[in-house]
Each structure stands twice: as C-alpha cells, then as structure tokens.
Ligand binder design. Structure first.
Ligand SMILES: [Zn+2]
Length: 193
C-alpha cells in the first residue's frame, strides 16, 4: 500500500479528522488520528496489517508484542499475516509500569517485533520493548501503521512504518487556529469548549 492509500483508509473511516482539536496532551492541532475507528472494520485492519507484514517479514520475528490497548488489534492482525504469536504488555494501574501478564512467556533469544498503531513519541512501544528484552528476547524491529513523529522518535532497532504523516500541534497560546478565532473541539465529541 502506498502512503496515500493508508491515509485514504483513515480518512474514509473518519479516523483522520481535520479541524481544530484539543488533544489529550492539552496541545492544539489541526488534525486528529483515531486508529480505533479504522480498525473497527476488521477487513480494513487485515489489509493494512498484511501490507505492514510485507515490510516486517525479512526480519523473521517469532512473536509480535504490542502495548495494550492501542496496539492490540494491530499486533493481532500483524501476527495473523505473519503466522506468528501475538502477545501484549499492559500497564499496571498501581505502579504505572508496563508488564507482561496473563501467563505470556518469552524465551531467551526469542525474536520479537514490537508494533503500535500510531507512533508519536513511541513511549508505550518502547516500554513494551524493554519488558521483553528484560526477559531475554531479541527485539528485531519496531513498526506502526502511521509514523507521525516526523522522524523524532528514536529507536535502537529498525523501524518499519507503513506510512508517515507529520501532524503539527501547538501550545494553546501559540495555536494559529485559536488566533483566527476558530472554536476548539475535543476529538470524539461535538462539544465545543
Ligand atoms: Zn487552538
């Protein structure tokens, strides 16, 4: 799939919105990405992840790891396309640390590829990588459907992004849309605030 085809799949499913948004970080942006909306169509999720699988295949992973919740569907579909295992890390609500739970096992030297739907800072997927490395796995790469970091997320393993999209965001005081008097909306709701 080309970059444009991936972005089109997001746009057609209203997963990439244009407007004036207040993101969960508090920053303002003219675009908002919500992968859950494109991934609610399993046949689209399958197609996107099969395309990503073509990029990942040469790395020969035995297992895919992804951070819950955002990475779950992509991890599952990528693993399906590659016919390997899919495991996930989740955040311990008390310690705020990522953990491998539910009896998932990692062998020493197991080749693992880490995946996330969107990479912005890559924080969650980096934590997943550290968890499986801590158990002796060899992390062979990291990937995503859309890299919106603009090349600013740094990994010490190969990065396989199906597409990239630079999404700008600003502090409220610097937001050009606020300066134009455009009302800001919270993604996922129609309420203005
Ligand atoms: Zn604004």
């Amino acid at each position: 799939m080309t970059n444009d085809e991936v972005i089109k799949a997001y746009e057609e499913t209203h997963s990439l919105l244009k407007g004036h948004f207040r993101l969960s970080s508090g920053r303002h942006s003219d675009r908002y990405l919500q992968s859950a909306l494109v991934l609610q169509y399993p046949w689209v999720a399958e197609k996107l992840c099969a395309a990503l699988a073509e990029l990942v295949k040469p790395l020969n992973p035995q297992t895919i790891v992804s951070p819950a919740l955002g990475g779950l569907i992509v991890g599952q579909e990528l693993a399906r396309a590659l016919k390997v295992k899919a495991i996930f890390t989740e955040r311990n609500k008390e310690t705020d640390e990522m953990e491998l739970r539910r009896g998932f096992q990692v062998e020493k030297g197991e080749k693992i590829f880490a995946v996330e739907d969107i990479i912005t800072t890559g924080k969650s997927v980096k934590e997943s990588i550290e968890v499986v490395r801590g158990l002796g796995a060899e992390v062979v790469g990291v990937g995503c459907l859309i890299d919106r970091s603009g090349g600013t997320s740094h990994f010490d393993v190969p990065v396989k992004a199906l597409s990239s999209l630079k999404v700008e965001s600003w502090e409220e005081k610097d937001c050009p849309l606020c300066k134009q008097g455009s009302p800001v909306t919270k993604p996922g709701s129609r309420a203005k605030f």
